[in-house]
Write a protein that binds this ligand. Structure first.
Ligand SMILES: *Cc1c(COP(=O)(O)O)cnc(C)c1O
Length: 406
């Protein structure tokens, strides 16, 4: 019986150029983002400038994490205690956490069979009088129809903040993910598209939003040092009324991110090559369903999702056990006892009684997820899909003993 032996959580090493720069930062002793030698731009300042250029946004703030960027974005666009904030029901725990941290109240929107936010349900919920914000997660890298989504939000006066933790480098119809809403937020945590252990970005074209975000992030009165920031007079109005929620990036992380940003598009190409091989293999397996991805979606598939739409819970458990025994551990979003990184809306009990979201429940019940780290090659992906095919065949083909009749 063939098994797979590589780790699904093993990322590539940091590029040598990043390691060298990080060592230089450590030798200099100037790790704090505002600790510069005379006339010197720090690694953090330069990284912000470079990421803004990459995104095509006017401004960029580097900060401590993706979740921190989301929290600051909520505050900077004006979310007040008690305000309702629409958000995908299928998302990761830091997203409702960021809304809660800003005093907002998440209102979950249903999920389609293709794993994106349900635009009909969004239209319905955005029409409410007291709803003015959407925190949109491009969860697991799946982009909804952004033209229709923005039309809905504009029609109802809903401000959009994009959570691009899984879409750094992706586009919709040639327009970068993160450039549709008022603010785009990104993560550089180890499992995302650039790796600084922890870290995040917030991008926007809005003067006041960025000025507030910079002060929230802990700039003190050093905001003038920022290179991807609005003119100083924008700060004059708000610098005394914006609290410091200290959450800066430091020069060490920025130093290892700058060479990764230079190589990001090539990494995205490599992820998609792995995805195509994996997707082609999984599409051959009759009991699996893969999402339809529209031509307008230029995704970056650092992971792959599929569902087992016709299977009952007990059969899915057996499927997962057998895959795991052969070295292919899959994430299952249907587990009533959420494990690892949590994405089940009913596990966020600090929000009170979970709302009724029958469609999302049905989608999550049979949905599986697998990372595609760049330490894998195409032969690895073929082996993985072969193992999954064999397990499906053992369990679900009509000839197999124990297959249930239907
Ligand atoms: C990782 C992630 C975040 C938060 O990023 P951190 O940098 O870990 O705080 C937010 N949203 C989604 C969907 C994520 O996967």
């Amino acid at each position: 019986m063939t098994t797979f032996n590589k780790s699904f959580t093993q990322q590539e090493p940091i590029p040598e150029a990043g390691i060298e720069r990080a060592v230089a930062v450590m030798r200099s002793g100037r790790l704090h983002r505002y600790n510069a030698a005379a006339g010197e731009a720090t690694e953090t300042e330069l990284l912000e400038q470079e990421f803004a250029a990459y995104q095509g946004s006017r401004y960029c703030l580097a900060c401590a994490s993706g979740g921190y960027a989301l929290h600051v974005a909520m505050r900077a666009v004006g979310v007040q205690p008690g305000d309702k904030v629409l958000c995908n029901a299928f998302t990761l725990a830091p997203v409702p956490g960021a809304i809660h941290n800003a005093g907002g109240v998440p209102v979950f929107v249903e999920t389609t069979d293709d794993f994106t936010i349900d635009l009909d349900d969004l239209e319905h919920k955005a029409a409410a009088e007291d709803v003015h914000y959407l925190l949109l997660s491009h969860m697991r890298g799946h982009l909804a129809d952004m033209d229709r989504l923005m039309a809905i939000c504009n029609r109802h006066g809903v401000i959009v903040i994009e959570d691009c933790a899984h879409t750094m480098g992706a586009s919709w119809n040639g327009k970068k993910s993160g450039s549709f809403g008022r603010v785009g937020c990104f993560s550089t945590q180890t499992y995302k598209h650039m790796n600084s252990g922890e870290g995040g970005f917030l991008t926007t074209d809005d003067d006041e939003v960025m000025a507030r975000a910079i002060i929230y992030s802990g700039s003190y009165m050093l905001y003038e040092r920022h290179l991807a920031a609005p003119p100083r007079d924008v700060f004059a109005r708000i610098r005394f009324e914006t609290p410091n929620y200290s959450g800066r990036m430091d020069n060490l992380r920025a130093a290892i991110l700058r060479p990764q940003l230079a190589g990001l598009d090539e990494q995205c190409r490599r992820w998609n090559a792995l995805y195509r091989v994996t997707e082609a293999g999984l599409r051959q397996i009759p009991c699996l369903r893969l999402p339809e991805r529209p031509a307008a979606e230029q995704f970056v598939a650092s992971s792959i999702q599929f569902s087992l739409p016709d299977q009952r819970e007990a059969d899915i458990r057996r499927f997962l056990e057998r895959c795991e025994a052969r070295g292919v551990p899959l994430k299952w979003f249907g587990d009533a006892d959420p494990k690892g990184y949590t994405s089940r809306f009913d596990s966020w009990q600090y929000l009170g009684e979970p709302p009724s979201l029958p469609h999302t429940e049905r989608v999550l019940a049979t949905m599986c997820d697998m990372r595609l780290p760049l330490t894998f090659d195409e032969a690895d992906c073929r082996l993985i899909t072969r193992i999954i095919a064999e397990v499906c065949d053992e369990l679900f083909s009509s000839a197999a003993p124990g297959a249930h009749a239907n």
